[in-house]
Design a protein around this ligand. Structure first.
Ligand SMILES: [Zn+2]
Length: 91
């Protein structure tokens, strides 16, 4: 639903879904002396800001190396699965 619009006098220029969007294009119109043509080349960028993470998936955000055997290990594990060294002592 497009609830917000940019209006000057009796002329409604365009409708928008959010206030920031309406303000953005109002400013653009003002910067262009209310020339409607400045809206024709408007670019709408869709950003997935609400993309949810799957809670059933383990996301490995950092990879470390064992200080003893130099194998790749996960961050924050208590002991190295390769050589068995206690990693807590190194954190
Ligand atoms: Zn190790």
């Amino acid at each position: 639903m497009k609830l917000f619009y940019v209006k000057k006098g009796d002329t409604i220029y365009d409708y928008y879904e959010t206030i920031p969007e309406a303000y953005f294009y109002k400013k653009k119109l003002m910067d262009n002396q209310w020339d409607i043509n400045c809206l024709i080349d408007k670019v709408i960028e869709v950003i997935e800001i609400n993309k949810k993470l799957d809670v059933n998936t383990i996301y490995e955000v950092d990879i470390k190396y064992c200080p003893h055997c130099r194998h790749r290990i996960k961050k924050n594990i208590e002991e190295c699965p390769h050589c068995g060294i206690k990693l807590k002592d190194y954190y």
